[in-house]
Design a protein around this ligand. Sequence first.
Ligand SMILES: C[S@@+](CC[C@H](N)C(=O)[O-])C[C@H]1O[C@@H](n2cnc3c(N)ncnc32)[C@H](O)[C@@H]1O
Length: 299
Amino acid sequence: MVHKINTSEKLRDTLSLGDTNACRLIDGAGDYLPGIYLDDFAGRRLLSTSSSSLSPELRDWANSLPPSITTYWKHLDQQTREAPSLVAGKPLTEPFEIQEHGVRYLISFQSGYSQGIFLDQRENRLRIRERCQSGDTVLNTFAYTGAFSVCAALAGATTTTLDLSQPYLDWARKNMALNRIDEEGQHFCRGDTFHWLRRFARQNRRFTGIVLDPPTFSRDHQGNIFRVEEHYGDLVTLAASCLSAGGWLLCTSNCRRLSGPVFTSMVRNALPSGVHIENHPMPPDFTGEPYLKTVMVET
Ligand SMILES: C[S@@+](CC[C@H](N)C(=O)[O-])C[C@H]1O[C@@H](n2cnc3c(N)ncnc32)[C@H](O)[C@@H]1O
């Protein structure tokens, strides 16, 4: 196993990920290590396994690394969603920074199941940064810690960051500040995406671009349920009604139950004919199952 781990880590050395210090070092079966995932966050590591306990072999391996490398472990389980626990090295007591293509983000291993960024969206964030320009207005729905908003704002766009959770919106503000983005002109909106999209449509509010990256399942404060397989098409149609002429949608989903072609047709069928659609692959450090689907839509 140690040999396979070393091989997969060496493979990442050969990837050119730009000014980036956070990436996936082991991607399960893609690195011949089924059920084992390792992410590096600027020298702090998160080991995730599909098994509910950490094997003695992996624990010993983590403890054989230099003491400066802190390793946490979590069980990949959407039901329990437990926070990571320390396996080796010094405990992390404070949030810390990572860089991705030169953009700074705040990471925390103490804030529950997720650490503040989804590394599999790295190239999509870059895509947004490259696409946006001054004068654009970008709506980032299901925004989590606002990473897409940071990229759009760095390119000069005015952003609206929308999420159900106030703590995540506060985190998004911190990510903006970390990148010296003036909060003046950046908007933060707490609430349900469907509710706000309907409201924006009614108010005739239009955006140059909208990011649609929902969780596979969610329930808002009113008990309304969203399931990607059932409702993604409605989400796309509604979002498209809030776009200005020539606007774009970034449609993405990590729902493993949907294949790439099915997801693409869901998006296509939700839009008028004639829109331009482009599919994008996952980042090169994600060598395993290509679960993240990305469709860029230009209207
Ligand atoms: C998978 S994360 C999104 C990740 C994010 N797009 C990114 O890449 O940084 C899901 C987020 O959606 C938010 N959320 C869930 N249901 C929502 C809803 N109905 N309306 C708005 N936000 C919602 C959650 O609070 C969480 O922050």
